[in-house]
Design a protein around this ligand. Sequence first.
Ligand code: FES
Length: 69
Amino acid sequence: MSEPGATVTPYEDGPLLIRGDFAILTPDGERIEPGRGTVALCRCGKSASKPFCDGSHKLVGFRAPTRER
Ligand code: FES
């Protein structure tokens, strides 16, 4: 199996980490510059800097498994 261009890792009770060669686009196709090679995307909905994680998931007690079992 070949390596993907990017990987997405869901962290337990936290964000989605994206590593590799990726682009983040708005629904209109505008590029959102991540400013770094590895980014954490919010999946709790409470970040003040969406789509990026700002650590708010810890303050609100966000709970989510890495994956459903
Ligand atoms: S997942 Fe970190 S602020 Fe939402």
